[in-house]
Design a protein. Structure first.
Length: 413
Protein backbone atom coordinates (compact mmCIF):
# COMPACT_ATOMS: atom_id res chain seq x y z
CA UNK A 1 0.00 0.00 0.00
CA UNK A 2 1.27 3.44 -0.93
CA UNK A 3 2.52 5.56 1.96
CA UNK A 4 0.34 8.60 2.70
CA UNK A 5 1.67 11.91 3.91
CA UNK A 6 0.14 13.69 6.92
CA UNK A 7 -2.19 15.83 4.82
CA UNK A 8 -3.55 12.79 2.97
CA UNK A 9 -4.05 10.91 6.23
CA UNK A 10 -5.94 13.86 7.65
CA UNK A 11 -8.25 13.96 4.62
CA UNK A 12 -9.06 10.25 4.96
CA UNK A 13 -9.43 10.05 8.73
CA UNK A 14 -11.33 13.32 9.19
CA UNK A 15 -13.85 12.18 6.55
CA UNK A 16 -14.13 8.76 8.23
CA UNK A 17 -14.99 10.42 11.56
CA UNK A 18 -18.00 12.32 10.22
CA UNK A 19 -20.44 9.51 11.00
CA UNK A 20 -19.99 9.91 14.75
CA UNK A 21 -22.35 12.65 15.96
CA UNK A 22 -21.40 12.61 19.63
CA UNK A 23 -18.86 15.42 19.68
CA UNK A 24 -20.37 18.11 21.88
CA UNK A 25 -17.90 19.86 24.17
CA UNK A 26 -20.45 20.92 26.77
CA UNK A 27 -20.35 20.18 30.45
CA UNK A 28 -16.67 20.02 31.22
CA UNK A 29 -14.76 22.15 33.71
CA UNK A 30 -13.26 25.45 32.55
CA UNK A 31 -9.51 25.62 32.06
CA UNK A 32 -7.23 28.10 30.34
CA UNK A 33 -3.60 29.06 29.89
CA UNK A 34 -3.85 32.51 31.48
CA UNK A 35 -0.64 33.31 33.30
CA UNK A 36 1.56 31.60 30.76
CA UNK A 37 0.94 28.08 32.02
CA UNK A 38 -0.01 25.34 29.60
CA UNK A 39 -1.49 25.39 26.12
CA UNK A 40 -5.12 25.82 25.15
CA UNK A 41 -8.42 26.25 26.94
CA UNK A 42 -11.88 24.75 27.08
CA UNK A 43 -13.48 28.07 26.26
CA UNK A 44 -13.52 30.20 23.16
CA UNK A 45 -15.40 31.07 20.03
CA UNK A 46 -14.96 29.27 17.05
CA UNK A 47 -12.99 21.53 11.70
CA UNK A 48 -16.16 20.28 13.81
CA UNK A 49 -18.41 22.82 15.50
CA UNK A 50 -19.91 21.85 18.84
CA UNK A 51 -22.20 24.07 20.88
CA UNK A 52 -22.23 24.39 24.65
CA UNK A 53 -25.46 24.94 26.66
CA UNK A 54 -24.75 28.67 26.95
CA UNK A 55 -24.50 29.02 23.17
CA UNK A 56 -20.72 29.14 22.73
CA UNK A 57 -19.31 27.52 19.61
CA UNK A 58 -16.27 25.33 20.15
CA UNK A 59 -14.28 23.93 17.23
CA UNK A 60 -12.89 20.43 17.59
CA UNK A 61 -10.39 18.49 15.54
CA UNK A 62 -12.52 15.42 14.86
CA UNK A 63 -10.55 12.47 13.53
CA UNK A 64 -10.01 8.74 13.77
CA UNK A 65 -6.68 7.35 14.89
CA UNK A 66 -7.22 4.84 12.10
CA UNK A 67 -10.04 3.55 9.92
CA UNK A 68 -8.57 0.05 9.84
CA UNK A 69 -10.92 -2.22 11.80
CA UNK A 70 -11.01 -5.92 12.57
CA UNK A 71 -14.78 -5.79 13.16
CA UNK A 72 -17.37 -6.30 10.44
CA UNK A 73 -20.34 -4.18 11.57
CA UNK A 74 -22.78 -4.16 8.64
CA UNK A 75 -23.73 -0.48 9.07
CA UNK A 76 -20.15 0.86 9.30
CA UNK A 77 -18.22 2.26 6.34
CA UNK A 78 -14.95 1.28 8.04
CA UNK A 79 -15.81 -2.40 8.59
CA UNK A 80 -13.13 -4.95 7.71
CA UNK A 81 -14.94 -6.05 4.53
CA UNK A 82 -15.41 -2.48 3.23
CA UNK A 83 -13.48 -1.39 0.18
CA UNK A 84 -12.34 2.05 1.36
CA UNK A 85 -8.99 3.79 1.44
CA UNK A 86 -7.27 3.08 4.75
CA UNK A 87 -4.97 5.30 6.77
CA UNK A 88 -3.46 5.41 10.23
CA UNK A 89 -1.98 8.16 12.38
CA UNK A 90 0.79 7.57 14.85
CA UNK A 91 0.29 8.85 18.39
CA UNK A 92 2.83 11.63 17.83
CA UNK A 93 1.14 12.73 14.60
CA UNK A 94 -2.19 13.25 16.40
CA UNK A 95 -0.46 15.18 19.18
CA UNK A 96 1.38 17.34 16.64
CA UNK A 97 -1.79 18.04 14.64
CA UNK A 98 -3.75 19.01 17.75
CA UNK A 99 -1.10 21.41 19.02
CA UNK A 100 -0.41 22.99 15.64
CA UNK A 101 -4.11 23.45 14.84
CA UNK A 102 -4.65 25.01 18.26
CA UNK A 103 -1.73 27.42 17.85
CA UNK A 104 -3.21 28.52 14.51
CA UNK A 105 -6.54 29.16 16.24
CA UNK A 106 -8.32 26.51 14.15
CA UNK A 107 -9.57 24.43 17.08
CA UNK A 108 -10.25 24.46 20.82
CA UNK A 109 -10.06 20.73 21.39
CA UNK A 110 -9.81 17.17 20.10
CA UNK A 111 -12.41 14.48 19.39
CA UNK A 112 -10.58 11.18 18.88
CA UNK A 113 -12.06 7.84 17.93
CA UNK A 114 -10.67 4.81 16.12
CA UNK A 115 -11.33 1.56 14.37
CA UNK A 116 -10.27 -1.56 16.27
CA UNK A 117 -6.69 -2.56 15.40
CA UNK A 118 -5.07 -5.73 16.73
CA UNK A 119 -7.28 -5.75 19.83
CA UNK A 120 -9.46 -3.55 22.00
CA UNK A 121 -6.67 -3.17 24.58
CA UNK A 122 -4.06 -2.14 22.00
CA UNK A 123 -6.39 0.43 20.41
CA UNK A 124 -7.43 1.91 23.76
CA UNK A 125 -3.78 2.15 24.80
CA UNK A 126 -3.07 4.25 21.71
CA UNK A 127 -6.00 6.59 22.39
CA UNK A 128 -5.03 7.03 26.03
CA UNK A 129 -1.41 7.71 25.08
CA UNK A 130 -2.51 10.58 22.82
CA UNK A 131 -4.43 12.16 25.69
CA UNK A 132 -1.59 11.52 28.16
CA UNK A 133 1.02 13.17 25.96
CA UNK A 134 -1.18 16.19 25.39
CA UNK A 135 -1.99 16.63 29.08
CA UNK A 136 1.29 15.62 30.72
CA UNK A 137 4.03 16.30 28.17
CA UNK A 138 2.53 19.46 26.65
CA UNK A 139 0.23 20.69 29.46
CA UNK A 140 -2.63 20.97 26.96
CA UNK A 141 -5.68 22.43 28.69
CA UNK A 142 -8.13 22.29 25.82
CA UNK A 143 -11.06 19.91 25.51
CA UNK A 144 -10.43 16.21 24.83
CA UNK A 145 -13.15 13.70 24.00
CA UNK A 146 -12.06 10.06 23.74
CA UNK A 147 -14.14 7.27 22.28
CA UNK A 148 -14.05 4.21 24.54
CA UNK A 149 -13.33 0.72 23.31
CA UNK A 150 -15.76 -1.18 25.59
CA UNK A 151 -13.80 -4.44 25.31
CA UNK A 152 -10.65 -2.79 26.70
CA UNK A 153 -9.23 -3.52 30.13
CA UNK A 154 -10.99 -1.48 32.87
CA UNK A 155 -7.62 0.00 33.87
CA UNK A 156 -7.40 1.64 30.44
CA UNK A 157 -10.91 3.05 30.82
CA UNK A 158 -9.87 4.47 34.18
CA UNK A 159 -6.75 6.05 32.64
CA UNK A 160 -8.84 7.56 29.83
CA UNK A 161 -11.10 9.26 32.38
CA UNK A 162 -8.12 10.90 34.10
CA UNK A 163 -6.97 12.62 30.89
CA UNK A 164 -10.17 13.18 28.88
CA UNK A 165 -12.97 15.67 29.52
CA UNK A 166 -15.61 13.37 28.12
CA UNK A 167 -15.81 9.68 27.28
CA UNK A 168 -18.33 7.93 25.06
CA UNK A 169 -19.19 4.36 24.15
CA UNK A 170 -21.73 4.11 21.37
CA UNK A 171 -24.71 1.81 21.83
CA UNK A 172 -25.33 2.30 18.07
CA UNK A 173 -28.58 0.33 17.68
CA UNK A 174 -31.63 0.65 19.95
CA UNK A 175 -32.48 -3.04 19.70
CA UNK A 176 -30.14 -5.55 21.31
CA UNK A 177 -31.24 -8.19 18.80
CA UNK A 178 -30.24 -5.91 15.91
CA UNK A 179 -26.82 -5.21 17.43
CA UNK A 180 -26.13 -8.95 17.65
CA UNK A 181 -27.26 -9.43 14.06
CA UNK A 182 -25.57 -6.44 12.40
CA UNK A 183 -22.51 -6.13 14.66
CA UNK A 184 -21.76 -9.69 15.82
CA UNK A 185 -18.42 -8.78 17.45
CA UNK A 186 -20.09 -6.23 19.73
CA UNK A 187 -22.01 -6.96 22.91
CA UNK A 188 -24.60 -4.72 24.52
CA UNK A 189 -23.61 -6.13 27.91
CA UNK A 190 -19.93 -5.24 27.41
CA UNK A 191 -20.83 -1.71 26.29
CA UNK A 192 -23.06 -1.19 29.32
CA UNK A 193 -20.36 -2.52 31.63
CA UNK A 194 -17.93 0.12 30.32
CA UNK A 195 -20.57 2.81 30.73
CA UNK A 196 -21.19 1.67 34.31
CA UNK A 197 -17.49 1.99 35.07
CA UNK A 198 -17.46 5.54 33.73
CA UNK A 199 -20.50 6.47 35.83
CA UNK A 200 -18.88 5.10 38.97
CA UNK A 201 -15.68 6.99 38.16
CA UNK A 202 -17.54 10.27 37.66
CA UNK A 203 -19.47 9.83 40.91
CA UNK A 204 -16.32 8.93 42.86
CA UNK A 205 -14.62 12.10 41.59
CA UNK A 206 -17.29 14.35 43.10
CA UNK A 207 -15.88 15.80 46.32
CA UNK A 208 -17.95 15.29 49.44
CA UNK A 209 -18.73 18.09 51.87
CA UNK A 210 -16.37 16.66 54.48
CA UNK A 211 -13.53 15.74 52.12
CA UNK A 212 -10.38 17.62 52.97
CA UNK A 213 -8.57 16.37 49.89
CA UNK A 214 -10.45 16.53 46.61
CA UNK A 215 -10.41 13.31 44.58
CA UNK A 216 -8.73 13.48 41.14
CA UNK A 217 -10.99 14.62 38.32
CA UNK A 218 -12.51 11.89 36.18
CA UNK A 219 -14.17 12.77 32.86
CA UNK A 220 -15.60 16.07 34.18
CA UNK A 221 -17.72 16.38 31.03
CA UNK A 222 -19.38 13.04 31.79
CA UNK A 223 -20.19 10.51 29.10
CA UNK A 224 -22.38 10.31 26.02
CA UNK A 225 -23.50 7.76 23.46
CA UNK A 226 -25.01 7.60 19.98
CA UNK A 227 -28.01 5.79 18.53
CA UNK A 228 -28.36 5.18 14.80
CA UNK A 229 -31.86 6.02 13.61
CA UNK A 230 -33.50 4.00 10.86
CA UNK A 231 -31.05 1.09 10.53
CA UNK A 232 -32.88 -1.59 12.52
CA UNK A 233 -36.56 -0.69 12.14
CA UNK A 234 -36.99 0.53 15.73
CA UNK A 235 -39.79 3.14 15.99
CA UNK A 236 -39.21 6.48 17.67
CA UNK A 237 -41.02 5.39 20.83
CA UNK A 238 -38.58 2.49 21.25
CA UNK A 239 -35.59 4.76 20.64
CA UNK A 240 -36.82 7.21 23.29
CA UNK A 241 -37.40 4.37 25.76
CA UNK A 242 -33.81 3.27 25.23
CA UNK A 243 -32.56 6.84 25.71
CA UNK A 244 -34.56 7.27 28.92
CA UNK A 245 -33.11 4.07 30.36
CA UNK A 246 -29.57 5.19 29.43
CA UNK A 247 -30.05 8.58 31.07
CA UNK A 248 -31.43 7.00 34.22
CA UNK A 249 -29.06 4.05 34.43
CA UNK A 250 -25.73 5.58 33.44
CA UNK A 251 -26.05 9.29 34.14
CA UNK A 252 -25.35 10.25 30.52
CA UNK A 253 -24.92 13.89 29.60
CA UNK A 254 -26.22 13.37 26.09
CA UNK A 255 -27.67 10.77 23.77
CA UNK A 256 -26.98 11.66 20.14
CA UNK A 257 -29.15 10.55 17.25
CA UNK A 258 -27.64 9.90 13.84
CA UNK A 259 -29.84 9.20 10.82
CA UNK A 260 -28.69 6.03 9.08
CA UNK A 261 -26.74 6.72 5.92
CA UNK A 262 -26.60 3.93 3.28
CA UNK A 263 -23.06 2.82 2.51
CA UNK A 264 -21.55 1.09 -0.55
CA UNK A 265 -21.70 -2.71 -0.71
CA UNK A 266 -23.84 -2.86 2.42
CA UNK A 267 -25.78 -5.82 3.73
CA UNK A 268 -29.14 -6.61 2.15
CA UNK A 269 -30.67 -6.46 5.65
CA UNK A 270 -30.06 -2.70 5.81
CA UNK A 271 -32.48 -0.12 4.37
CA UNK A 272 -31.78 1.10 0.85
CA UNK A 273 -32.59 4.72 1.67
CA UNK A 274 -31.90 6.96 4.62
CA UNK A 275 -34.70 8.20 6.92
CA UNK A 276 -35.75 11.86 6.62
CA UNK A 277 -33.46 14.20 8.53
CA UNK A 278 -36.57 15.73 10.12
CA UNK A 279 -37.00 12.46 12.02
CA UNK A 280 -33.58 12.95 13.59
CA UNK A 281 -34.55 16.54 14.44
CA UNK A 282 -37.81 15.47 16.11
CA UNK A 283 -35.93 12.91 18.21
CA UNK A 284 -33.59 15.64 19.44
CA UNK A 285 -36.62 17.78 20.35
CA UNK A 286 -38.21 14.85 22.21
CA UNK A 287 -34.91 14.19 23.98
CA UNK A 288 -34.85 17.86 25.05
CA UNK A 289 -38.34 17.48 26.50
CA UNK A 290 -37.19 14.54 28.61
CA UNK A 291 -34.03 16.28 29.83
CA UNK A 292 -35.30 19.80 30.54
CA UNK A 293 -39.11 19.88 30.43
CA UNK A 294 -40.12 17.02 32.71
CA UNK A 295 -41.67 14.78 30.06
CA UNK A 296 -41.37 11.01 30.27
CA UNK A 297 -40.77 8.76 27.28
CA UNK A 298 -44.25 7.14 27.59
CA UNK A 299 -45.91 10.59 27.59
CA UNK A 300 -44.17 11.53 24.36
CA UNK A 301 -44.90 8.11 22.85
CA UNK A 302 -48.59 8.56 23.66
CA UNK A 303 -48.79 11.36 21.08
CA UNK A 304 -47.11 9.35 18.30
CA UNK A 305 -48.71 7.45 15.44
CA UNK A 306 -47.58 3.85 15.37
CA UNK A 307 -44.69 4.82 17.58
CA UNK A 308 -43.42 7.43 15.14
CA UNK A 309 -43.15 11.14 15.95
CA UNK A 310 -45.13 13.55 13.80
CA UNK A 311 -42.73 15.10 11.28
CA UNK A 312 -44.99 18.11 10.67
CA UNK A 313 -45.13 19.38 14.26
CA UNK A 314 -42.79 19.33 17.25
CA UNK A 315 -43.34 16.70 20.00
CA UNK A 316 -44.54 19.20 22.62
CA UNK A 317 -47.27 20.51 20.34
CA UNK A 318 -48.22 16.92 19.43
CA UNK A 319 -48.55 16.12 23.15
CA UNK A 320 -50.65 19.22 23.81
CA UNK A 321 -53.02 18.42 20.93
CA UNK A 322 -53.39 14.93 22.38
CA UNK A 323 -53.90 16.23 25.96
CA UNK A 324 -56.28 19.16 25.54
CA UNK A 325 -58.02 18.43 28.83
CA UNK A 326 -54.96 19.81 30.62
CA UNK A 327 -55.42 23.23 28.98
CA UNK A 328 -55.81 26.18 29.04
CA UNK A 329 -53.17 27.07 31.66
CA UNK A 330 -53.40 30.30 33.67
CA UNK A 331 -49.97 31.94 33.30
CA UNK A 332 -50.52 33.89 36.52
CA UNK A 333 -51.01 30.94 38.87
CA UNK A 334 -49.77 27.79 37.11
CA UNK A 335 -46.68 26.10 38.54
CA UNK A 336 -43.45 25.89 36.56
CA UNK A 337 -43.94 22.20 35.71
CA UNK A 338 -47.23 22.91 33.95
CA UNK A 339 -45.96 26.00 32.17
CA UNK A 340 -43.12 23.89 30.75
CA UNK A 341 -45.75 21.86 28.91
CA UNK A 342 -47.24 24.84 27.08
CA UNK A 343 -46.27 24.80 23.37
CA UNK A 344 -44.20 27.82 22.42
CA UNK A 345 -42.89 28.53 25.93
CA UNK A 346 -39.24 27.77 26.65
CA UNK A 347 -37.35 27.48 29.91
CA UNK A 348 -35.98 31.03 29.81
CA UNK A 349 -39.35 32.54 28.91
CA UNK A 350 -41.05 30.71 31.76
CA UNK A 351 -38.41 31.76 34.28
CA UNK A 352 -38.88 35.40 33.21
CA UNK A 353 -42.66 35.09 33.50
CA UNK A 354 -42.44 33.68 37.00
CA UNK A 355 -40.23 36.56 38.08
CA UNK A 356 -42.47 39.21 36.52
CA UNK A 357 -45.73 37.83 37.90
CA UNK A 358 -44.51 38.44 41.45
CA UNK A 359 -45.01 42.15 40.83
CA UNK A 360 -47.84 42.37 38.30
CA UNK A 361 -50.62 40.33 36.78
CA UNK A 362 -49.62 39.14 33.33
CA UNK A 363 -51.59 40.18 30.26
CA UNK A 364 -51.35 38.57 26.83
CA UNK A 365 -49.08 41.34 25.59
CA UNK A 366 -46.72 40.64 28.52
CA UNK A 367 -46.51 36.99 27.51
CA UNK A 368 -45.88 38.03 23.90
CA UNK A 369 -42.92 40.13 24.98
CA UNK A 370 -41.48 37.30 27.04
CA UNK A 371 -41.68 34.54 24.42
CA UNK A 372 -40.58 34.27 20.81
CA UNK A 373 -44.02 34.02 19.24
CA UNK A 374 -47.49 34.38 20.70
CA UNK A 375 -49.48 32.65 17.95
CA UNK A 376 -48.39 29.18 19.03
CA UNK A 377 -48.96 29.98 22.73
CA UNK A 378 -52.37 31.71 22.52
CA UNK A 379 -54.60 28.55 22.30
CA UNK A 380 -53.09 27.03 25.45
CA UNK A 381 -53.11 29.82 28.06
CA UNK A 382 -55.29 32.28 29.90
CA UNK A 383 -54.10 35.68 31.09
CA UNK A 384 -55.69 38.72 32.76
CA UNK A 385 -57.19 39.94 29.49
CA UNK A 386 -57.22 36.72 27.47
CA UNK A 387 -59.13 33.44 27.33
CA UNK A 388 -58.93 31.12 24.30
CA UNK A 389 -62.58 30.13 24.59
CA UNK A 390 -63.28 27.28 22.19
CA UNK A 391 -59.95 27.68 20.42
CA UNK A 392 -58.25 25.05 22.58
CA UNK A 393 -60.76 22.39 21.54
CA UNK A 394 -61.18 23.52 17.93
CA UNK A 395 -61.17 20.62 15.49
CA UNK A 396 -58.95 22.49 13.05
CA UNK A 397 -56.44 23.74 15.64
CA UNK A 398 -53.63 21.56 14.33
CA UNK A 399 -54.16 22.81 10.80
CA UNK A 400 -54.13 26.41 12.02
CA UNK A 401 -50.85 25.95 13.87
CA UNK A 402 -48.97 24.22 11.05
CA UNK A 403 -50.38 26.31 8.22
CA UNK A 404 -47.59 27.30 5.85
CA UNK A 405 -47.30 30.95 4.80
CA UNK A 406 -48.33 31.85 1.27
CA UNK A 407 -45.36 31.67 -1.12
CA UNK A 408 -44.06 35.05 -2.26
CA UNK A 409 -42.33 35.53 -5.60
CA UNK A 410 -38.90 37.04 -5.08
CA UNK A 411 -37.61 39.75 -7.39
CA UNK A 412 -34.14 40.51 -8.63
CA UNK A 413 -34.37 44.21 -7.76
Amino acid sequence: MAQLDLRQKLAVLADAAKYDASCSSSGTSKRNSVGGKGIGSTEGMGICHAYTPDGRCVSLLKILLTNFCIYDCAYCINRVSSNVQRARFTVDEVVELTLNFYKRNYIEGLFLSSGIIQSGDYTMEQLVEVARKLRVDHDFRGYIHLKLIPEADPRLVEAAGLYADRLSANIELPREEALGRLAPQKSMGVIKKAMSQVRLGVEAARPGKRDRVKPPKFAPGGQSTQLIVGADGAPDSEILDRSASLYGGYGLRRVYYSAFSPIPDSSSTLPLSKPPLMREHRLYQADWLMRFYGFSAPEIAGATTGGMLDLAIDPKLAWALNSRAAFPVDVNIADREMLLRVPGLGVKSIDRMMRVRRYRTLRLEDVARLCRGIDKVRPWITALDWSPGGLTDAADLRARLVREPEPVQLTLF
